[in-house]
Design a binder for this molecule. Structure first.
Ligand code: ATP
Ligand code: MG
Ligand code: FE
Length: 373
């Protein structure tokens, strides 16, 4: 099927078009530049930017893909989780398009879409493109198989989650998530403390290469899984993270250097902070995989750009015998292609559309892959 996907949950306005599992276009407009002077995404500004960007982004996507709206078989839109006002713009636009064209509309989960992008053609373990891995059955009505027992580690400015994908179209479990800040948010806050500007992730990543990660040891929050056993599932655990403690520890550390009148060793602090965050993300994710029989993991979200996260995830997955998939970076950050990719899977699986009565849900649970009609 030819599917149009719309994304507007945060600061990216994305329109993607896929045919089956083939990516035709991934057109993204970001309002990041408008948030820089505030040091974080301002919801009202993001919503306004989506309003301005949607129609031009849609036109660009259709022209890049060389398709007309009438050719589209289905429309998919992120209906949550995300910023309420930002989601509302994409959802209203999608409903208007669906009504105007008479096409079925799927209201889909943003987090599951981050995983669905891994089903597009040309992806194989460790993110290397490999022609031999492209399934012959991917252009028709047959969905390619996801690896059995797939885990997804999603790390971004808004999310830090480990999911178990039993069936991407309707059976997803949350194994753990952050209980406070998302990892990318922690990077941004620490970058602000260190005077590195916004967004802080790339700056810390760069600076950390010049620092000694062992110079300081910052706390790793919640290193142990939490026992959640019940009569039905006696061995059940949750694998949550907490990143606000390490952020506070960085602030105290900077204060101490300043109180002593010493130079703040910014590169060492960046390296030690990064090591603390990446260590606990990867150790807990791998533990969650081992205890849940997960043999393949997809890494997604904007923080997947982080060099140390990629390195340590790769090493620890390899030691644990887990295959790692890392989609190309422009498909890891928020985009419309991932929404279209998941929408296409839903169409191919024969799942019914959502109608046009659904409302965006800023805290849509990950167990809801798409809103039922
Ligand atoms: P969502 O959470 O809905 O996916 P988002 O816009 O917050 O949305 P992304 O756009 O996926 O998230 O990613 C942005 C985040 O990624 C920012 O917090 C940024 O600091 C972080 N980031 C980007 N590059 C790096 C990097 N190299 N190292 C660490 N963090 C990074
Ligand atoms: Mg973003
Ligand atoms: Fe996202």
């Amino acid at each position: 099927p030819l599917v149009l996907g719309i994304e507007s949950s945060c600061d990216e306005t994305g329109v993607g078009i896929v045919r089956g599992t083939t990516l035709l276009t991934n057109t993204v407009s970001s309002s990041m530049d408008e948030h820089v002077r505030f040091g974080g995404v301002i919801p009202e500004i993001a919503s306004r930017a989506h309003l301005d960007a949607f129609v031009p982004t849609l036109r660009q996507a259709l022209s890049d893909a060389g398709v007309d709206l009438e050719d589209i078989d289905a429309i998919a839109v992120t209906s949550g989780p995300g910023l309420a006002g930002a989601l509302m713009v994409g959802v209203c636009a999608a409903k208007a398009l669906a009504v105007a064209t008479g096409k079925p509309l799927y209201a889909i989960n943003h987090l599951v879409a981050h995983v669905g992008v891994g089903l597009l053609d040309g992806q194989s373990p460790a993110g290397k493109d490999s022609a031999s891995d492209r399934s012959a059955a991917t252009h028709g009505a047959v969905a390619p198989r996801l690896p059995d027992n797939l885990g997804a580690l999603l790390v971004s400015g808004g999310h830090t989650e480990i999911l178990k994908i039993n069936r991407i179209t309707d059976d997803v479990e949350l194994l753990g998530s952050t209980i406070d800040d998302a990892a990318g948010e922690a990077y941004d806050k620490v970058a602000r403390i260190l005077g590195l500007g916004y967004p802080g992730g790339p700056a810390i990543d760069r600076l950390a290469r010049e620092g000694n990660p062992k110079a300081i040891r910052f706390p790793r929050g919640l290193t142990q899984p939490k026992y959640m056993g019940t009569a039905e599932e006696p061995g059940k655990h949750r694998y949550d993270w907490s990143f606000s403690g390490v952020k506070t520890a960085v602030a105290r550390c900077v204060e101490q250097f300043e109180a002593r009148g010493e130079d703040v060793p910014v590169a060492d602090i960046a390296a030690a902070f990064q090591e603390a965050v990446v260590d606990v993300i990867t150790s807990k994710a791998v533990l969650a995989c081992r205890e849940n029989g997960i043999t393949d993991v997809l890494l997604g979200g904007g923080v997947a750009a982080n060099s140390r996260l990629r390195e340590l995830t790769g090493q620890r997955c390899a030691s644990a015998g887990i295959r790692l998939y890392v989609p190309p970076l422009d498909l890891c950050t928020d985009n419309g292609a991932m929404v279209a990719a998941l929408g296409s899977q839903l169409v191919m699986a024969g799942i019914g559309p959502s109608g046009i009565r659904f409302a965006p849900d800023s805290s849509m649970p990950v167990t809801t892959v798409s809103a039922p009609a």
